[in-house]
Unconditional design. Structure first.
Ligand SMILES: Nc1ncnc2c1ncn2[C@@H]1O[C@H](COP(=O)(O)OP(=O)(O)OP(=O)(O)O)[C@@H](O)[C@H]1O
Ligand SMILES: [Mg+2]
Lengths: 241, 242
């Protein structure tokens, strides 16, 4: 079975897609920090940041409908937290904080979505690795990405096997079967872990993760750095005066 | 001829006390191609996991290329013995094909240029060039199988050990794999239920049943012995029947 919901659209070939993952990680991280540290009343800056990220969305050629669907998944959670703010702080101040939280999280979420939907997962990991994130964490994410779908498939297969032999019955029995499936899934995952470790050992793995640097900055990465960090830096500095 | 693998009085039981290997004595010589056959659960996989030190038993001893199987030697042994597992899903664990195939060479601490060269060469050998940046969960079973073999070829092993190499391959790719293995002029050990392929590839065959070696001899002779084959839940290959 094939799955790609984690990094759908990451295979498009736009200018943004072709950038070095490190350039994107750093720029988007800066973007998020700048947005978060903007003063609550500075709506002009927010508008400017929105314009910058819109340009990125436009350049990336990722369908707008997809971007907004992704945003809609996350915004309700923010709303759930933010909705109490106006009540906790009396008067117009409360609403300012509310809008402030909403706008900031919207922009930050937009930036993360752009990062994940314009970068293949393995490139993203490589980028984080070269930016000196802990290797063990990157390896965990890599394994997750590799095996989560296999586990999902395994669960589906067991479910299908159950359905093909199960013709309805008591509720209690049904619960028991589901529990068995969950237990079995756990054992299978554990055993797979063991076999994967065996195959790593067989190829000389001794606990040290050795990787290779296959990324190289090219001219377009530099141009992107200069233009986009330049833009957000200008907005930041200009808002300080 | 030089002995490359020497197994003496090897016994092994899994933690649940099921006896998987009993009194195994086996010598394999340089340049030989040896098949291991036997019914499901006969202990074939368990035996070859010992050659690489993945499973270690207290009973009996194993020597690979004049090296005793000890903690000190195990790294060296593993770089000499390339083991391809039965299930590609266990062999391919990296986000991309390139990372999987370069995993072994990197662990051997080769230079980056050498790693890239070995990886590219290995992929070319199994005719999977151009798949470097694909992720393995989007490949077909046969493609996964071939990449699995490449992950070991890239280490340039002295001894190649394959568990079920032809399963899930279509006839064309099975044929190509057989050609590939024929060209590999080092020691090779194949575990398989594909007796026809063994007949082509291996001069010598070891027959296992319930954890023991029942017979060790010339492939052709062993496989045409109808009674022996059937007593061990196997069947003579069609090409030998008449
Ligand atoms: N991890 C394990 N724990 C306990 N018992 C095991 C384990 N792996 C294998 N066995 C048992 O050891 C015996 C030998 O298994 P092995 O996998 O070596 O067989 P095989 O000859 O490779 O079979 P197949 O042709 O099906 O691959 C079997 O009876 C099996 O049930
Ligand atoms: Mg087996």
């Amino acid at each position: 079975m094939k799955h790609d919901f984690l990094d759908k659209y990451s295979k498009l070939g736009s200018v943004i897609h072709k950038l070095d993952p490190r350039a994107k990680i750093i720029t988007f991280l800066l973007f998020i920090i700048f947005v978060i540290t903007t003063a609550p009343h500075d709506y002009l800056s927010f508008a400017a940041y929105a314009a910058v990220i819109s340009i990125v969305v436009f350049l990336s050629k990722v369908p707008l409908s997809y971007v907004f669907k992704r945003v809609l998944v996350i915004i309700p959670f923010v709303l759930l937290v933010a909705i109490f703010l106006p009540f906790a702080n009396k008067g117009p101040e409360g609403w300012t904080i509310f809008w402030n939280v909403m706008i900031k999280s919207f922009l930050a979420v937009l930036a993360t979505i752009m990062l994940s939907s314009t970068t293949k997962f393995h490139k993203l990991l490589k980028g984080f690795e070269l930016l000196k994130f802990p290797k063990i964490m990157i390896m965990m994410l890599a394994f997750m990405y590799r095996y989560v779908f296999i586990l999902v498939d395994e669960a589906h297969r067991m479910e299908r096997a159950r359905d093909s032999r199960y013709f309805g019955g008591e509720y209690l029995r049904q619960i028991k079967i589901v529990c068995n499936i969950i237990g079995l899934l756990f054992i299978r995952a554990y055993e797979r872990g063991e076999r994967v470790y065996q195959s790593m050992s067989a190829r000389g793995f001794d606990g040290n993760i050795i990787t290779m640097n296959e990324l190289k900055y090219v001219k377009s990465d530099m141009i992107f750095y200069i233009i986009f960090t330049g833009m957000i830096l200008t907005i930041k500095i200009w808002s300080l005066f | 001829m030089k002995k490359v693998i020497e197994i003496n009085d090897l016994c092994y039981s899994y933690p649940d006390e099921k006896i998987a290997l009993e009194n195994i004595n086996l010598d394999i010589f340089e340049g030989e191609s040896v098949g291991i056959v036997g019914a499901n659960g006969a202990g074939k996989t368990t035996l070859i996991l010992h050659i690489n030190g993945i499973i270690r038993s207290n009973n009996g001893n194993i020597k690979v290329i004049d090296m005793e199987m000890t903690d000190k030697n195990i790294r060296k042994i593993r770089s000499k013995v390339g083991l391809v597992f039965q299930n590609p899903e266990d062999q391919l664990f990296s986000p991309t094909v390139f990372e999987d195939v370069s995993f072994g060479p990197l662990n051997m601490k080769l230079s980056p240029d050498e790693v890239i060269k070995r990886t590219t060469d290995a992929l070319e050998m199994v005719e999977m060039s151009g798949f470097e940046n694909r992720s393995s969960h989007h490949l077909s079973e046969g493609e996964k199988k071939r990449i699995s073999i490449a992950t070991v070829l890239s280490m340039n092993p002295e001894i190649l050990v394959l568990d079920e190499p032809t399963s899930n391959l279509d006839p064309k790719h099975r044929r190509e794999l057989i050609h590939l293995l024929k060209k590999f002029n080092k020691t090779i050990i194949i575990v398989s239920h594909d007796l026809e392929a063994m007949l082509e590839l291996c001069d010598r065959t070891v027959l296992m049943n319930k954890g023991e070696i029942v017979k060790d001899g010339k492939t052709r002779e062993l496989m045409s012995d109808r009674k022996l084959m059937e007593d061990n839940y196997l069947e003579c290959p069609l090409s030998l029947k008449n």
